[in-house]
Design a protein around this ligand. Sequence first.
Ligand code: UDP
Length: 311
Amino acid sequence: MRRKKIYEGKAKILYEGPERNTLVQYFKDDATAFNNKKKAVIEGKGVLNNRISEFILNQLNEIGIETHLIKRLNMREQLIKSCEIVPVEFVVRNIAAGTLANRLGMTEGTILRRPIIEYYYKNDDLNDPLVTEEHIEINNWASNMEIAHATETAFRINDFLIGLFRGVGIKLVDFKLEFGRIWKNEDCKIILADEISPDTCRLWDLKDEKKLDKDRFRRDLGGLVEAYTEVALRAQSISDSMRSIAVSEESPALAEMHDHVVSGHAILAGAAHVELGRAVAAQLVCSTQGDAGLCGVTFSAPLVLKAGASV
Ligand code: UDP
């Protein structure tokens, strides 16, 4: 039986977690823009965002920035700490783009003299308005201390991510963060929540400034899955053999293979490998790139795999 749904947003669903104070965060393929006015389903987007966000949040956890991520569970889900989301979006910008360029008449691509932060009140009915620290404080959306801590953390994350992306030939133009409160007895602290992915960042190729983010959807540029795959591959959050698998993973067996390919040391027995073979054969047929991979998977019984074959 499916777990209890706690909340459904535009790109993710939260389910009750297996333990107290945990939730399961499910990444959907739904893409929305302009406060839900533009909508589409882009097959494979959720799988890629799950991987990319896992990769980035793990790195942040490793440098001492606490996040809600406990671990990735499967291709679409993460186990996370349950927290009370602060209803403010923290947007950090390095280069003028999007609403900053539009609102202030700045040329898109202008490098800002220093990184800046903006606060937006998370409220669809009000169209997520730009707000000041005082607006946040007088409405009790967050305390001054919480804003200061989240702001400092946002700039630290920016410094780290600029370097991380630059190392793989990508410019970090801007991104959005969300924070949440968790309690231990009487003590409350603020941790990073939500996701960091091409859905929530602007990422441009260093050389030709090709957009590798959600602007491909917002501006009808096409090739969103290819762009997100490029980010995932460069960030090494997926391996090359997963390029096409990321796009179609309806079969649980295929999802299983996905994990085995990554861990690279699986031995699959009996029915599991037959089921897996069937899924991969189907995948090879529907994959436009035809490069579903089986590296690192050892079968405990012989398996002949042919594209289109019924195993
Ligand atoms: N952003 C986001 N969710 C939002 C609004 C913005 O993830 O609800 C991200 C967006 O992807 C971009 C950055 O925050 O990387 C700045 O977005 P902007 O204010 O330019 O607005 P947008 O163009 O997203 O409407």
